[in-house]
Design a protein around this ligand. Structure first.
Ligand SMILES: Cc1cc2nc3c(=O)[nH]c(=O)nc-3n(C[C@H](O)[C@H](O)[C@H](O)COP(=O)(O)OP(=O)(O)OC[C@H]3O[C@@H](n4cnc5c(N)ncnc54)[C@H](O)[C@@H]3O)c2cc1C
Length: 347
């Protein structure tokens, strides 16, 4: 999915592309309300896609069993008719109301989404990468040390070390090799958590001499900051441990993700234990034009379940319609029988 937008105009800025944010696109779309969805992750799905893609979920109504990955795929298919703008790989960092009654939401890479309303679907928080423990690491960050790939082209012609043993590390190591980049994959042990077929493909590339594999722990970062020239690996344990330097122009680290409370600067929300209190009639927050659904919202009896978030999205969508069009009547319709809705869905 593309992320090169710099300025977007929409009706609703949904912050968070987890299952709840995705389904809200559908409920808004039925009411002819456009949405842009911002997520710091490079792909939609939130916790389902990131924390348990292959685990079965048993309590989605009408689906006796579905994996986190398949639920995400189905939700994306379901919202396709409404063509939401996805702003991926970017975190929403500031929210500013405009005199004309809009919100300007700015991301960490400078994209500005101008929207009539904000729908917070930020769930368990902002997924952020686990970073290297060496204090000096920060001096190289975003110049020669990266925790995500924003542009593959940035690595062309470079000697890249990819560190990690999960899907992201293996996928990017393979991807970069297939795009002609000189890649060394490094992991602390010779076992990988990534999908077996991808691990097998990586090993084929190593056997064919197209990728280097170095087993060991990153023990040092070398070079005049911000430019790395090599990394030092500690190989082996105890008195048998030796060090090995690997020449490096860029180091890509994929050590997994943690979830942190998002800052939500500018929204003037009074949080309860880090969650956003809402009115259960409309999922509005105390800030006009700002709604919250899914795991990030709280109210008496709240259950942090996907099905609760779906319901919350439906009610918030109706409330947003009334907020945006106070003079228009909102007709209640079933998707089964309303030809108007069939037209919108393209069925
Ligand atoms: C192991 C596990 C098993 C589970 N099993 C079940 C189950 O069986 N049934 C069930 O109903 N629920 C289950 N859950 C809970 C379920 O996953 C959550 O209730 C659901 O994911 C909440 O959806 P959400 O869309 O509100 O938030 P999330 O899925 O947390 O998604 C929020 C998204 O917002 C993004 N984000 C946050 N802040 C920002 C920002 N400032 N800018 C950009 N992006 C931002 C995050 O990166 C994330 O992608 C399980 C959870 C876990 C961890």
């Amino acid at each position: 999915m593309k992320t090169e937008y710099k300025s977007i105009d929409t009706d609703v800025a949904i912050i968070g592309a987890g299952p709840v944010g995705l389904f809200a696109v559908f409920e808004l779309g039925l009411l002819d309300i456009k949405a842009a969805v911002i997520d710091v992750l490079p792909k939609p799905g939130g916790q389902c896609a990131e924390l348990y893609p292959e685990k079965p979920i048993y309590d989605i109504p009408g689906l006796p069993v579905v994996t986190g990955a398949d639920l995400t795929t189905n939700l994306i298919a379901q919202i396709k008719p409404f063509a939401p703008e996805f702003v991926l790989g970017q975190s929403a960092v500031s929210f500013a109301p405009t005199p004309a009654g809009f919100w300007n939401i700015t991301t960490d890479t400078g994209t500005v989404v101008r929207a009539r309303t904000v729908m917070l679907a930020t769930g368990g928080g902002l997924f952020t990468p686990k970073k290297l423990p060496q204090p000096v690491a920060i001096t190289y960050e975003n110049t020669s040390l990266f925790y995500a790939v924003r542009s593959r082209a940035a690595f062309a012609g470079k000697r890249v070390v990819v560190a990690g043993g999960g899907d992201s590390a293996i996928d990017w190591a393979i991807d970069l090799v297939e795009h002609g980049v000189d890649v060394t994959l490094t992991h602390r042990r010779d076992e990988f958590r990534a999908a077996p077929a991808r691990v097998a493909h990586m090993r084929d590339l190593v056997a064919a001499g197209k990728m280097q594999l170095a087993i060991g722990q990153i023990a040092g970062l070398n070079g005049l900051a911000p430019q790395l020239t090599s990394i030092t690996l500690s190989v082996g344990t105890g008195i048998d441990a030796i060090t090995q330097d690997i020449p490096t122009d860029a180091l890509l680290v994929f050590y997994g993700l943690t979830m942190n409370a998002p800052p939500l600067t500018g929204l003037n929300l009074i949080l309860e234990n880090g969650l956003v209190p809402v009115d259960t009639e409309n999922f509005a927050t105390k800030t006009p034009g700002v709604y919250a659904i899914g795991d990030i919202c709280t109210y008496p009896g709240k259950l942090k379940l996907i099905l609760s978030g779906f319901h919350e999205g439906a009610l918030a969508a109706q409330a947003i319609f009334k907020y945006m069009y106070p003079d228009r009547k909102l007709r209640f319709q079933y998707t089964t029988t309303a030809s108007d809705l069939h037209r919108k869905l393209g069925v």
